[in-house]
Design a protein around this ligand. Structure first.
Ligand SMILES: [Zn+2]
Ligand SMILES: [Zn+2]
Length: 401
């Protein structure tokens, strides 16, 4: 048994429970989690705004150590430090062969990808094996079966997942900083470099400056964007955005469109990144782009949250509106450059991590995120000796909310 955070129903409390992990299947690994970050998508899965199965063990952004590998796993050994990547491309499907591993059929089919985040029993596809390569569900103490969010379920002392959902970590930085690379930083990095292809001198607006938005800002700065504007209702986040590379920061009020046009020669921005995942924020982002500019939807929104465009405005403004699943980040291709830029100091990771605690601090972290406070919350797990001792101590403990 290991301890894991479990949300039993949509909108229910996040409780620390003892769970039994599935046996390792073909193409899978068992990983001891060392640190895990709380992402906005975890909240959206737990409150039901993203489709998913319950009970669920949230968590898809983190760092750990391989404990054991199943049959047919190549390139990973017990003891390897690894980063988690929830898109887990299979390497063989139509999308993967085209170099679009972030849209992998297997990950989407598992509920872990573009078409229906929500986590599945089997998790992302196994190594070389296509979808559903072995594995089973997590079993709670009362026998109820739970699902690992996005095939990972990283809010746990250990997890069992596809070997394709983890990559050997090529960088030596503190766990709490490495934890945010796999989702927040990778998404921001990819959205700017792969999806939008921001060029030197381009103007950029970032709507929503949590962990992902702040990573978009830092990547835009790194690629030489000419002007970077941050938009967030929270003053402390606007402040952080300014420290991390934004040239100006504004609340999302009614004067915003006029302000951004005034700051961009009357035109609007070349690229607007929506990092909230709300129809209203996408609509606002649309109005901040120049004619011929683009709006990149980075946030994962709800399937019931709708927005409207007139036929004329789509024609007249000639803007591109596009989604960016995991920032179009493909770990096999992009991880080396990401780590190179991290090592070069392009990302202020200590500032990105606003709060750190053990798994028992998850309720406060969730409350902070719901209130839009701070950047990323990271949970650093106890070393292996302490975890074993705690487990011997027995029973589950509710952390309530
Ligand atoms: Zn995430
Ligand atoms: Zn694939």
């Amino acid at each position: 048994m290991v301890r894991a955070v479990v949300v039993r129903e949509a909108g229910g409390p996040w409780c620390l429970e003892s769970v039994r992990l599935p046996d390792i299947g073909r193409g899978q690994v068992r990983v001891r989690v060392r640190a895990v970050g709380l992402c906005r998508s975890d909240l959206s899965l737990a409150d039901g705004s993203l489709r998913g199965d319950f009970p669920v063990v949230p968590g898809h952004e983190g760092v750990g150590t391989v404990e054991a590998v199943g049959p047919d796993v190549v390139g990973l050994r017990p003891g390897d430090p690894v980063l988690f990547f929830w898109t887990a491309p299979c390497g063989r499907c139509w999308f993967c062969v085209r170099g679009e591993g972030h849209l992998c059929d297997a990950a989407a089919g598992s509920g872990g990808g573009a078409n229906g985040p929500g986590g599945s029993a089997a998790g992302p596809s196994g190594v070389e094996g296509g979808p559903g390569a072995g594995g089973g569900t997590i079993v709670l103490e009362d026998g109820v079966r739970a699902h690992p969010a996005l095939g990972l379920g990283a809010f746990a002392e250990e997890l069992v997942t596809s070997a394709r959902a983890v990559r050997p970590s090529p960088i030596s930085i503190p766990d709490e900083q490495a934890a945010v690379l796999g989702c927040a930083v990778a998404t921001g990095f990819g959205a700017v470099r792969n999806t939008a292809r921001v060029a030197q001198g381009d103007s950029v607006v970032v709507v929503g400056t949590g962990g992902v938005g702040l990573s978009v800002i830092q990547t835009a700065r790194d690629v030489g964007a000419g002007a970077i504007f941050a938009v967030d209702p929270a003053a402390d986040r606007r402040d952080l955005a300014l420290r991390l590379g934004a040239h100006a920061a504004y609340p999302p009020d009614l004067t915003l469109g006029r302000t951004i046009r005034a700051m961009t020669g009357g035109h609007g921005a070349d690229h607007v990144f929506e990092c909230v995942g709300k129809a209203s924020a996408i609509r606002q982002a649309w109005g901040l782009a120049r004619r011929g500019g683009q709006v990149v939807v980075v946030g994962a929104g709800s399937h019931t949250d709708r927005l409207q465009f007139s036929a004329f405005e789509l024609f007249h403004f000639a803007r591109t509106l596009r989604g960016a699943v995991h920032g179009s980040f493909v770990a096999d291709v992009d991880l080396p450059l990401l780590c190179e830029r991290v090592a070069a100091g392009a990302y202020d990771l200590p500032r990105l991590v606003a709060r750190r605690s053990g798994l028992d601090g998850v309720a406060e972290a969730v409350a902070d995120m719901e209130a839009g406070r701070g950047a990323r919350s990271v949970f650093v797990l106890a070393p292996p000796g302490a975890a074993v001792a705690a487990e011997r101590g027995g029973a589950s403990e509710g952390v309530g909310r």
